[in-house]
Design a protein around this ligand. Sequence first.
Ligand code: NAD
Length: 494
Amino acid sequence: MTITDTTTELSTRETDLLARIPDGLFIGGRWEAGTRERIAVQDPATGRVIKRIANATPEDGIRALDAAAAAADEWAATAPRVRAEILRRAFDLLQERRADFALLMTLEMGKPLAEANGEVTYGGEFLRWFSEEAVRISGRFGQNPEGTGTMVVSQRPVGPCYLITPWNFPLAMATRKIAPALAAGCTVVVKPAELTPLTTLLFAQLLADAGVPDGVVNVIPTSTARTVSEPIIADPRLRKLSFTGSTPVGRSLLAQAGQNVLRTSMELGGNAPFVVFEDADLDKAVEGAMLAKFRNIGQACTAANRFIVHESVAEEFARRVTEKVQAFQVGRGTDDGVTIGPLIDDRAVASMTALVTDAVDRGARVLTGGTAPEGDGFFFEPTVIVDVQPGSDILREEIFGPILAMTTFSTEDEAVAAANSTEYGLVGYVFTQDLARGQRMIDRVDTGMMGLNTGLVSNAAAPFGGVKQSGLGREGGLEGIHEYLSTKYTLIPG
Ligand code: NAD
């Protein structure tokens, strides 16, 4: 692993871009800066503040909901084709402005520029996919069993939605919610993560440029998420809460949503098993491991958390992944050649250190990395640890950082038991060349998604989501739009 010197000064291009990012709340189609207290957004590679933006209060939150409620009927009545074409225009504009979005995400979140570009592609696909889905909302009809009437089943927009997004994919987590909501005919209030609100603000401007009418999308960054969210969630005009974030926050939001009997979608934490059988193609398994573990600096809900490797190939697998990890270049995501950026903040760095210390205290061995380098920014060395013992925190907690932690198994039943010994159930990865075994693992591993001989499953055309404590509902795919539609049944006698 090489650590590059961090370029601490902003380049002219970066300064220009940051100057163009709106710094207000976006409510009813207007930017509101106000004189309120600001949120300071940091570059995690340097720890420096790069922009200060308006900080929404609970009153602002309710005004944003006022705007979404006021725009709801007209947007629901807007022709699906018109909604589709606005989303398609947003997709096209995003391609034109790709470089700005990619750089901005690298600046506020830290991921290497190549990965930020990848997120523009992935995030953009939700706009394109749901522009195509908007005109395919359909129902069914048929005679009732008694033969006395016609039963008509149609789909209606659920109504105003509150969308809460995390910091790790600042664009894609927003488009994955906003695009299906708009396609379905719903208006929204979006609360981006306070650590990375700039991308959502730039995206709100793009949506307005694409022709999204005033009030259909409202954005309220805030440093007081709970106090701003509670009154919105309790308001009878709100009909849907969609949240992506950690499981503890998701649980508390579900309890609040229960009081208002809201529709909810919960995309929560993960603890993905990555199982490598003795008959796996090791080249593919190593390549898959790099993607599943180190993409986004390990800060993905789909990140492989527990490497469960057959004892006969464990040493070879560990040797090969260590070699790859040592070739990573760690640094500011804007710098050439950098493959691993910083973590999001100092708490994340402290959490990595604690997880490694706990694992080592219980008998694990560090093959590479394991510490936070000196200097600016929130960096942690990409790490491989083996012989991780049962009971270690790292097997139970979502790591959310660049640590590959390995255990071994000898039988398929053991692998299944290890894979399922978690409260989470988002995604699992299995590497085997035996198709029958692969199929058994797909059936037996208790997750919402599986990757068979691949380390990356996300796709706008696929239903993304988990079981157990990883959440409720699906985003993307044919399923995604249904999170924002409610079924209406009508009986017509005769
Ligand atoms: P987080 O739960 O701390 O915050 C997520 C969002 O919720 C942020 O916008 C935050 O401001 C807001 N929030 C926090 N407390 C709140 C409260 N009491 N009321 C209302 N809003 C509140 O999570 P994070 O650290 O931003 O994101 C990382 C987590 O997100 C990880 O657990 C990761 O697995 C999960 N995640 C899941 C998916 C998925 O699709 N399943 C995708 C990305 C991230």
